[in-house]
Write a protein that binds this ligand. Structure first.
Ligand SMILES: NC(=O)c1ccc[n+]([C@@H]2O[C@H](COP(=O)([O-])OP(=O)(O)OC[C@H]3O[C@@H](n4cnc5c(N)ncnc54)[C@H](OP(=O)(O)O)[C@@H]3O)[C@@H](O)[C@H]2O)c1
Length: 399
């Protein structure tokens, strides 16, 4: 069997590490071509040595010397590139046919879009790039015929529960009525609104079911993660905004569901372990071992579902609003949220200031059609400036 050449954007992160864990189980199927990191040269070098990668890219240019030294120490042969532009090289090597897009945030957009332009198979974890540039991805993929396989567990579950030809036929012609995304509800599912005032970053990052990076953990705690996923689903599956619903499911066993015209509802179930959707995306259309234990439904016993509380978790409502507004609104929402989450993680603003800050920016920002990448990046830049100003105002209030 010809081995597939894999490049991983964000190899040192939670999804990147899980991807290498699955790849290591299948040396006969995959070879690692290129790996990237932002600020962790030591782990990147260790990964390059372990998988004999051809190219190592560190997005923070100040870390290039550290990376060079670490690669030599680990006896790795990889060539070195640095800086955000070098991320494009991760995906463009002739030996790369599959790209795992696992950078966190809008920083993942340019290399992921480049991979789509080159017609590579993209395993998409970096939801933010689809949220802010969904229509652009559609146009690029139409030309290049790149495959996009969703890795986010909810979208991977929807992908598995949809008919194989849904993209050509469209959801309506496939008999699909609704896409139902499940949400664990995060660590504060049962917290009263007053308890949320003093939440610390450590509490917000302690997700009950999933072990994830810090930014997505905070997004899960505010339910912004679910909001971003709603917008991601709208573009990945070309769904009408009114077709997408969210239901809270605290056990995180049912990863999402598709409701059909005849009343049937198909779901994908599994342990809350990203290696399952990663293995599905890597192997597709084959099924490969992920290392995840079999699901024991009798031991789990019960599966609960209820409606989300938009009063305690306003970020979800804000995301629906941005999706309906269309154009650059989702890029504005995403950028404002990235700034707000970073400020919260650094102790600059309280947890409950996140939704207010995002709403302020959404209301103040200039809306555009988001027809070109430049328009999206302009909205992203403006939102970051507005959000930084709002963080400073909040700091003055708290002082
Ligand atoms: N974790 C999950 O279970 C999960 C589930 C579904 C979807 N996702 C999505 O997958 C993506 C990755 O999430 P994660 O939890 O794996 O994040 P993470 O653990 O924080 O890892 C992020 C990766 O991106 C790199 N990175 C950070 N900032 C960068 C920048 N400015 N330029 C280039 N690279 C940068 C990091 O490098 P360093 O390590 O060197 O800083 C790291 O390799 C996110 O979009 C998230 O929403 C994650």
């Amino acid at each position: 069997m010809d081995r597939r050449g894999i490049a991983i954007l964000g190899a040192t992160g939670s999804v990147g590490r899980s991807t290498l864990d699955v790849i290591e189980r299948h040396p006969e199927r995959y070879r690692v071509e290129a790996l990237s990191a932002h600020g962790n040269p030591e782990l990147l070098a260790e990964q390059c040595a372990r998988f004999d990668a051809r190219l190592a890219v560190i997005a923070d240019p100040a870390k290039e010397t550290e990376l060079r030294e670490a690669l030599a120490r680990h006896g790795a042969r990889a060539a070195i590139r640095s800086g955000p532009e070098a991320l494009l090289e991760v995906v463009s090597g002739a030996g790369v046919d599959t790209v795992m897009a696992a950078i966190v945030g809008a920083a993942g957009l340019a290399p992921t879009l480049h991979a789509a332009e080159l017609g590579k198979r993209i395993l998409l974890a970096n939801k933010e790039s689809m949220v802010i540039a969904g229509p652009l991805f559609h146009r690029v993929v139409e030309r290049s015929h790149a495959d996009i396989i969703p890795v986010d567990s909810e979208h991977n579950a929807l992908f598995q529960s949809l008919p194989a030809d849904f993209a050509e036929r469209g959801l309506a012609a496939s008999g699909v009525r609704r896409l139902i995304l499940t949400a664990s509800g995060g660590p504060f599912l049962h917290a009263g609104i007053d308890d949320l005032a003093d939440v610390t970053p450590e509490q917000a990052c302690a997700h009950p079911n999933w072990d994830m990076g810090r930014k997505i953990s905070v997004d899960s705690a505010t339910l912004m993660n679910k909001g971003l996923e709603v917008i991601e689903a709208r573009w990945l599956f070309n769904a009408d905004p009114d077709q997408i619903e969210v239901v809270v499911h605290p056990q995180s066993i049912v990863h999402s569901l598709v409701a059909y015209d005849d009343g049937s509802v198909l779901a994908q179930l599994g342990h809350p372990d990203m290696r399952t959707p990663i293995a599905h995306a890597l192997g597709w259309p084959d099924r490969i071992d992920s290392g995840v234990a079999p699901l024991d439904l009798a031991a789990i016993g019960r599966l609960d579902f209820h409606a989300p509380d938009l009063h305690r978790f306003p970020c979800l409502g804000l995301a629906f609003r941005a999706m309906r507004a269309g154009g650059s609104a989702a890029a504005t929402l995403n950028a404002a949220n990235e700034v707000a989450v970073q400020a919260f993680l650094e102790g600059d603003i309280p947890f409950m200031a996140i939704p207010g800050l995002v709403e302020t920016v959404l209301e103040a920002a200039t809306w555009n059609e988001a027809a070109r990448l430049e328009d999206i990046m302009a909205a992203d830049r403006e939102a970051r400036v507005l959000a930084q100003a709002a963080v400073q105002r909040q700091e003055r209030i708290d002082a």
